[in-house]
Design a binder for this molecule. Sequence first.
Ligand code: ZN
Length: 91
Amino acid sequence: MTSTRHSAPDCHKILTQLNDYADGELSEQFCRELEEHLAHCDNCSIVLDTLRKTIYLVRNLSQTPPHMPADVEQRLFAVLDLQDFIQSENP
Ligand SMILES: [Zn+2]
């Protein structure tokens, strides 16, 4: 038995699109899906909360453009301990 914290299939979808969510570029439909998912998934709630704060800090501290460079994203995911999960399809 694996001990993946994000075991639900929805979690992968949610987490891979959190970056767009942070950019405010997600469709309303996905936002609703996201809110519903967060309502019963503590893991993703925590991740999103952390992501929001991190994005906010990154933008305000360095005045980065709305679209973050890839290396910033990578560091962000690393900080959030998401990197392994995001790249799980690519071992
Ligand atoms: Zn989840």
